[in-house]
Design a protein. Sequence first.
Length: 320
Amino acid sequence: MAKKCSNPFINVPAEPDFAAMTPELADKALPQLIKMAEKGLHEIEASDDLTWDGFFCKIGDAFRPVGRAWGFLSHFLSVSNTPAWRKVYEKHQMDVVSIGMMFSQNPNFFSRMKKMRQTPEIYDALTPARRRILDKAIKTMEDGGAGLEDEKRSRYCEIQKRLSVLGTKFHNNHIDAIKAYSLTLEKRSEVEGLPDSLLAVAAQTAKGDAKKGPWKITLDQAVYAPFMSYSRNATAREAVYRARCALASSGKFDNQPVISEYLALSDEMAKLLGYGCYAEWSLSNKMAGSVERATEILRLAFDASVYGQERVGAESVTTR
């Protein structure tokens, strides 16, 4: 009897064992899972099956293990973001992107899915839910470059890989900028209105005393949100608010060039696929449906919120 794998990124129970997951185990698991996915996709590709269970479901089965492990790794990068998690994420990022495109740009899968939809005895036999899933999958592949000519498909792949790198860089800059900022308050009068729980956290961060200080205010949401809600120190609130608004917009962690490149590449990608701009591509598969409709919704929301915002602003001025 084969020994059961103990790696929590591979052998995932109904309730994932997050406590046992480490960067080292993720690093060991991902190459195995990527190879498994490649093997599964090649086997499906070699078949001409057009049935739901024999073709369509097997694609999901091939991807699920690596997708699940990558999801866990992404989660740890979001909630922990240590150098070790970053290193593993960046090491395997391109391989995971590539295995994703191995499906999304696969002409064999694309043609077989379209044939399933075009064949009445296959398509009509599917439940309404399965027909919708198939239709969405075809749309996803169309928007993933499966129908592009070789040269355009190659450029699309380059863009996708670069966008993945830029997305990670944006996230890391954002996290690092949060970690880099703090405001130290040393007088009891400067922390009036703050709840005891926040004073305790702020004092611990500053290696001070919850009652005597000092207190260090950071841009972590768990600190920022209650500080902005309860602090009576208008000067400190303004400083922290301005720092939050300007987060990762200058200096070592400046995200402005990252954003500019990301937007330019997104626009190029959308035009490769036949859309007028990235917004058109993004909204083509969403409830709003079009740029015009999304703009209309935003305007309605803006008009409805103006009165409330003006009222909050007026109250804020009177309490200063």
